[in-house]
Design a binder for this molecule. Structure first.
Ligand code: MG
Length: 186
């Protein structure tokens, strides 16, 4: 069954993550090759949706309008590379709010599935953290890919402790996109 939908985590996958969070559009710096990778996935006919935890909203660190400005910048940069992001689903909650959408919970992916009638068995979740892979598996995504940018280097230990493994480990989003485009039919 060919892959149709690619769910992408944002921070540490598309852009350089920061322990101080990404608080404004000037702090949003693409990881080299990530925008071109989204362009290749788009040209490959894939539906691309960003799934991101943004507790900065309910921590009161980033106004909603600035998050929108960051995402406007992301859409613009991706378009400059021939790519298209269908939608961006974000969780605004803090961990202590115990919502159903903060990854590793599958709520954001389920919301995307409902809005766009996505066949999750034909979807892949790409992330740099264990919680991305766990959310993808909990939602029933057909594949999961862990990238080694961002939190990637420490994510495998957390996944092993949870008894889970990604289907593939890629150096970065560029390599993940190549794998998806080459192996999406397998
Ligand atoms: Mg991340």
């Amino acid at each position: 069954m060919p892959i149709q939908t690619v769910f992408l985590d944002r921070d540490g996958v598309i852009n350089v993550d920061s322990p101080d969070y990404i608080k404004c559009r000037d702090e949003f710096h693409p990881i080299p090759g990530s925008l071109a990778a989204i362009g290749r996935l788009t040209r490959g006919g894939l539906n691309i949706i960003v799934i991101t935890n943004q507790s900065v909203i309910n921590r009161g660190m980033v106004p909603l309008r600035e998050l929108q400005a960051i995402h406007d910048k992301l859409h613009r940069l991706v378009a400059e590379h021939g790519g298209r992001i269908t939608d961006i689903f974000f969780c605004p909650h803090r961990p202590d709010e115990n919502c159903d959408c903060r990854k590793p919970k599958p709520g954001l992916i389920e919301r995307a599935r409902e809005r766009y009638a996505i066949d999750l068995s034909r979807a892949v979740m790409v992330g740099d953290s264990a919680k991305d892979i766990l959310a993808g598996k909990a939602a029933g995504c057909g594949r999961t890919v862990l990238v080694q940018t961002g939190n990637g280097p420490t994510a495998m230990r957390t996944l092993e402790e949870a008894g889970q493994r990604p289907d593939h480990i890629a150096a970065d989003l560029a390599a993940a996109a190549d794998w998806i485009l080459a192996h999406g039919d397998a």
